[in-house]
Design a binder for this molecule. Structure first.
Ligand code: ABU
Length: 576
């Protein structure tokens, strides 16, 4: 056994945080010499500080572990998976083992919300591959004992990223909803497949009820609306293109693209790359995805869309059929003018899809839902509750206004699964609407969260995320060391900005300044990850060199965390 779960020593724990272990790759990838020089300028020796911090952290961890294991009588180091159920008399061992696992998980949950805990304990790929003390990713031919498995469970979480941490701002999906987590645990325990009522009776009915709530929020008439949960926004967007093609050219399903003219679809230059992926996957081709110009806020310009449609229509053999409007672009959080786009789609008889993977959650807020006005005119909508609504990953829905289309488009009526002569209403065997066969149950955690919060609870949560964004925006606007990427209050919870270190502040605009500014965000991010205090994303966009994108979807984040982020960026970037 490589390490003990119960007696994981403080020194052993500290040893793995001593920086030289990271130096080799650090030098290669981020220039650790500079990192160390920067650290040297700080009031105290950072290495000492960090070590002290880690001593306290590891002692606390050790205490926590001991308090949870003191009363334990089971010796897991002599036990194996084969001693658990369904082994004869395996019930008690199974319970004890699962109690230990739950203990590890609960520890992790507490730490995720604890601001004294780091967001991550970063290690480079080669370090994880080589193995860390007591934690090896290698697989062997022989079984390992349960003690080792518990160590592995704990270390898997230890070396991962605490995406529920209030200071994790890196992704659109953040947070750790305790009810949602309970739902996911239950789902994993049930371990069923949501393709038929036969084996998922309760989950199938929940899906119907929840999807109906979503149609209502969109504003579709009560007799309309169809949908399923899918494995993420990209797949939901893929469904939208697939159904739109089927609607216009149903023969594509059986005869393939040879019988279809050259199809063209339209999406904004700020939209998600999954629209292009869908075109590639469906044999439409990425060159037939026309990117429509956006304004300075990243919103599609309707007149540009109309122009592109007219230009395409004039080309021999080119057939426009689909427009994607985005409600909440990935980087700027922009919401396209949905009503104007709907007018154009109506005029040219085009399928209007709204990619509201990120923005869909705004429909839960009376204050912010007005920004999505026009979404009710969409032919289909992607909406990811795992983003702004905080449902655990994954939870994404493709919603189609016309009932029955999804089924007709995708059904293949496999005899062994979708028998028409079952003893219940087989319209509840919804699996043939999907492009997959087996489908994970994504609905339960979301359903349970809705029960726990009500629509009102989601509204409070969403409003809080947008309040945090406005708070950050107002703070940055007042500072000379930060510059916002675009003017005006954020529409969604994205705030995009540059940090301008003192060395760049007097530099005139031009190539040299842009080149240096482009390097600032990645260098700060590298230090941020190595120190593990917080996480925020960066990217270039069009003409704009690398800038930070802060997004809020974690209701645990407070204004003090926003202040922390600002000061952390300054601390890490001041010397650049
Ligand atoms: N599917 C878009 C997710 C992007 C992000 O979390 O930043």
């Amino acid at each position: 056994m490589r390490s003990s779960y119960t007696h994981y020593g403080t020194l052993e724990c500290i040893a793995q945080f001593i920086p030289p272990r990271k130096e080799k790759e650090s030098r290669k990838q981020t220039g650790s010499a500079e990192t160390l020089k920067t650290k040297g300028k700080r009031k105290a020796d950072p290495l000492w500080l960090k070590t002290q911090q880690l001593i306290i952290q590891s002692e606390n961890e050790s205490k926590e572990r001991q308090s949870g294991t003191e009363s334990r009588t089971t010796n897991f180091s002599t036990m194996y998976g084969r001693d658990l159920l369904p082994a004869k008399n395996g019930e008690e061992n199974t319970k004890q083992f699962l109690f230990e696992v739950v203990h590890i998980l609960l520890n992790y949950v507490s730490k995720s919300f604890d601001r004294n805990t780091k967001v991550l304990d970063f290690h480079y790929p080669h370090q994880l591959k080589d193995g860390l003390d007591g934690f090896s990713l290698e697989l062997s031919d022989n079984p390992e004992n349960l003690e080792q498995l518990l160590v592995d469970c704990r270390d898997t979480l230890k070396y991962g990223v605490k995406t529920g941490h209030p200071r994790f701002f890196n992704q659109l999906s953040t947070g750790l909803d305790v009810i949602g987590l309970a739902g996911e645990w239950l789902t994993a325990t049930a371990n069923t497949n949501i393709f038929t009522f036969e084996i998922s009776p309760v989950f199938i009915m929940m899906e119907e009820i929840l999807l109906k709530k979503m149609y209502e929020k969109i504003g579709w008439p009560s007799e309309e609306g169809d949908g399923i949960f899918s494995p993420g926004g990209s797949i939901s967007n893929l469904y939208s293109v697939l159904v739109a093609r089927y609607y216009r050219f149903p023969e594509a399903k059986t005869k393939g693209m040879a019988c279809v003219p050259r199809l063209v679809l339209f999406t904004s230059e700020h939209s998600h790359y999954s629209i292009k992926k869908a075109a590639a996957v469906l044999g439409i081709g990425t060159e037939n995805v026309i990117l429509v110009k956006c304004n300075e806020r990243g919103k599609m310009i309707p007149s540009e869309l109309e122009l592109k449609i007219m230009e395409t229509e004039m080309k021999q053999g080119f057939v426009p059929f689909y427009v994607n409007a985005t409600a909440g672009t990935t980087v700027y959080g922009a919401i396209d003018p949905l009503s104007e786009i709907a007018d154009i789609c109506e005029k040219y008889k085009l399928w209007m899809h709204v990619d509201a993977a990120w923005g869909g959650g705004l429909l839960m807020s009376r204050k912010h839902s007005v920004k999505l006005s026009g979404i009710e005119r969409a032919s289909s909508v992607t909406w990811n509750p795992h983003k702004l609504m905080g449902a655990p990953l994954q939870c994404s829905a493709i919603l189609v206004r016309e009932k029955g289309l999804l089924q007709l488009c995708n059904q293949l009526c496999a005899d062994y699964l979708f028998q028409p002569d079952k003893h219940y209403d087989v319209s509840y065997d919804t699996g043939d609407k999907a492009i997959q066969c087996g489908r994970h149950v994504d609905v339960f955690k979301f359903w349970l969260m809705w029960k726990a919060k009500g629509a009102e609870g989601f509204e409070v949560q969403v409003n809080k995320c947008l309040d945090n964004a406005e708070y950050l925006y107002n703070k940055l606007k007042q500072r000379v060391d930060f510059k916002l990427v675009f003017d005006g209050k954020p529409e969604h919870s994205n705030v995009c900005f540059w940090y301008i270190p003192p060395s760049l502040r007097e530099l005139p605009n031009g190539q040299e300044r842009s080149k240096r500014l482009h390097e600032v965000a990645p260098r700060i991010k590298a230090k941020m990850m190595e120190e593990g205090t917080t996480m925020i994303g960066y990217q270039p966009q069009g003409e704009n060199v690398n800038f930070f994108r802060c997004v809020f979807s974690n209701p645990a984040t407070s204004k003090a965390d926003v202040d922390f982020l600002i000061e952390e960026i300054v601390r890490l970037g001041n010397d650049l």
